[in-house]
Design a protein around this ligand. Structure first.
Ligand code: ADP
Ligand code: MG
Ligand code: MG
Length: 206
């Protein structure tokens, strides 16, 4: 079971990963976008970490994610801010005020969050976006929920999903303006989604 502390650790680990990988995320975005993905997420997750470090930080998993999502929406200008913000807010809302959640409950809530991302951005699997990492990660989490290491399974699926975007042609977001020239590059948002699930694995202590 993961409590609010574990969720705060998740967001702190995500902030640290984004800080560490900001350069490579921006490099990926330089190839098929506008070279700001690392800076966008670094700004957003730094705001999330600062908010969650306060004394009156929220005390349920759902409230932690709702607050984090709100911060991302209000601090990130790029497409990824509203999209990740929606993911976390919708997931947090689905978790409600339960003091602890297990992998099955988190997978179900994340499923609602990922569906909301699809609705907001109009993208589907195979369009070379963050969804190509998020969808398989959530599916793996749901499938492994009853067995050992569900968070490791989700992180591995997210990483494979990010790699799977390399040959894809982008159909949504800035990269889609490049048409076939977007092929052969890993999608920046799918790459940061893999970081998010690696951070969850770390926070869950697997
Ligand atoms: P911007 O493109 O506005 O500069 P970022 O560079 O921060 O924003 O984020 C780009 C990432 O956002 C892409 O790599 C992609 O994964 C994701 N993205 C962009 N548009 C969409 C969309 N419509 N649906 C899902 N994800 C998207
Ligand atoms: Mg960009
Ligand atoms: Mg931009």
């Amino acid at each position: 079971m993961l409590d609010a502390d574990a969720f705060r650790r998740w967001m702190a680990a995500a902030a640290a990963a984004v800080e560490r990988e900001a350069g490579s995320l921006t490099e990926l975005d330089a190839a098929i976008g506008d070279a700001d993905h690392g800076a966008n997420l670094r700004r957003g997750f730094a705001a999330v970490a600062a908010e969650l470090a306060k004394d009156d930080a929220p005390d349920s998993p759902g409230a932690v994610l709702t607050l984090a999502g709100r911060q991302l929406i209000s601090t990130v200008g790029g497409a990824s801010g509203p999209l990740y913000g929606t993911l976390l807010r919708r997931t947090g809302k689905a978790l409600g005020d339960a003091p602890e959640v297990d992998a099955a409950a988190l997978a179900e809530a994340l499923g609602a969050g990922v569906a909301a991302v699809g609705q907001l951005g109009g993208a589907k699997a195979g369009d070379k976006t963050m969804l190509d990492a998020l969808e398989p990660a959530v599916a793996a989490l749901a499938e492994a929920a009853g067995s050992a290491g569900p968070y490791a399974a989700a992180a591995a699926a997210a990483a494979r999903g990010a790699e799977s975007t390399v040959p894809m042609r982008a159909r949504k977001g800035r990269a889609s303006y490049l048409g076939e020239r977007s092929e052969g590059h890993q999608d920046p948002g799918a790459t940061s989604s893999a970081l998010l699930f690696a951070a969850l694995e770390k926070a869950a202590g697997e």
